[in-house]
Design a protein around this ligand. Structure first.
Ligand SMILES: [Zn+2]
Length: 255
């Protein structure tokens, strides 16, 4: 199990104040103290970014001075996917997040779609890919990018969407929905858009640290059974002061 991290993720940039450097800085410190192994990714190359995003969108991100910041986050996701393909589970502790970035626009503190760029990089080698997005918010960017792709399945268990599914589910139901998604399709690689804003003390007010551990464990168990353990996760949202404990709990199950 590797934690993919670059100190560049701690650099400030103009965003919503909730998406601040402390999210990853405190988590990295905590995971280092707990003895986890870290690997440092490079920035995603222009071609990797261009494989997902239109040139106008890329130029807009450049014009805002955010290209390097966003490219390093995408590079972290690529590194985690490459590790997973080589048989080592990985967690990319990146910021900014990416799942609200579609090909030609982005919102919600996202610029480039880290998960999509990573999956696209390993897509031919991977075969069928399952993306599980456990963030509170629907990963609209990722869905729009891979809409109609026969080799990629995306599951957003009960996230905030127009059907208001999130109003009807409790924490046990949520963990059950993740398990069901893992059993309902065939895949050779699992990528987790790991948002933690479903935490009981965060906006979603739903999942406990024990639930995050169970979710990580369910993904580990299913991936070991179905796809040789090939799994990686990329940080999306999660804004509570407990974020480091949320991530640690997930990793305990996932590793
Ligand atoms: Zn979110």
């Amino acid at each position: 199990m590797k934690i993919v991290y670059n100190n560049i993720y701690e650099e400030p940039y103009i965003s919503n104040p909730v998406e601040n450097p402390g999210r990853v800085r405190l988590t990295a410190g905590y995971l280092r103290d707990e003895g986890y192994q870290f690997v440092e990714p490079k920035a995603a190359g222009f071609q990797d970014i261009r494989s997902i995003h239109g040139i106008e969108h890329i130029e807009k991100v450049m014009a805002r001075g955010l290209y390097d910041t966003a490219a390093y986050a995408a590079g972290g996701a690529i590194k985690a996917a490459e590790l997973a393909i080589s048989g080592e589970p990985a967690f990319a502790l990146v910021r900014p997040p990416g799942h609200h970035a579609s090909a030609n626009r982005s919102w919600g503190m996202c610029y480039f779609n880290n998960m999509a760029i990573a999956v696209e990089r390993v897509r031919k080698r991977a075969g069928k890919v399952l993306i599980i997005d456990i963030d509170l918010h629907f990963g609209d960017g990722t869905v729009s990018i891979f809409r109609g792709a026969g080799d990629i399945t995306i599951v957003n268990p009960a996230s905030i969407d127009i059907n208001c599914e999130y109003l009807k589910i409790d924490n046990r139901g949520y963990v059950g929905a993740v398990k069901k998604a893992l059993e309902s399709t065939i895949y050779n690689l699992v990528g987790v858009s790991a948002g933690f804003d479903n935490y009981i003390e965060d906006w979603g007010r739903l999942l406990t640290n024990d639930d995050f551990r169970k979710i990580g464990q369910a993904i580990r168990d299913a991936s070991e059974k179905i796809c040789g353990g090939r799994r990686f996760a990329v940080l999306e949202g999660g804004y509570s002061l407990d974020l480091r404990y949320n991530i640690k709990s997930f990793i305990e199950g996932f590793e």
